[in-house]
Each structure stands twice: as C-alpha cells, then as structure tokens.
Design a binder for this molecule. Structure first.
Ligand code: ZN
Length: 81
C-alpha cells in the first residue's frame, strides 16, 4: 500500500505544500530532512522543541532554532503486519 509511487500530480501537490511551509516557517526544512531519513513502514513521531520564549508557542511565527527529535517505532506496534 505505502510502496506505491506517488503520481506526478501528487508529487507536485507535495512540493507546493512543502514550499509554502518553508516560506512560512524556516524550521520546516530540517523537519523534512529528518523525515526523509526515517525508515519506511514504521511509525515515527518528530518532536519540534521550540525554546520557551519562541512566539510559535503563542500562535506566532517561530524565531528560535528548535531541537528536532525523532522517535521511531517498529511496524509491529502499528497494528498491521
Ligand atoms: Zn521556535
């Protein structure tokens, strides 16, 4: 299911969304890089830990350099095998 390649249209949509996100929040780039390194078929959670003073925590735009921490869980915990 998740091994099917994206269609050209889906790739373009994904690029548009990613470009928009990059324009709005500079920390999205390292999040995307972290996501590309995650193993396929696993459940992963990416923590973006902003500094306590960062406006992002109060609905504004991020101005800190957040720590990016990934947690990956094996496929057996996802509920499908
Ligand atoms: Zn921030």
């Amino acid at each position: 299911m998740h091994d099917q390649p994206l269609t050209r249209r889906e790739r373009r949509q994904l690029e548009r969304v990613a470009a928009k996100a990059r324009r709005q929040q500079p920390y999205i780039e390292p999040v995307l890089e972290a996501g590309q390194a995650l193993p396929r078929g696993s459940l992963s959670i990416i923590d973006v830990r902003h500094d306590s003073w960062c406006p992002k925590l109060h609905g504004g735009l991020c101005r800190c350099q957040p720590d990016i921490v990934t947690h990956t869980y094996p496929p057996s915990l996802n509920g499908d095998e």
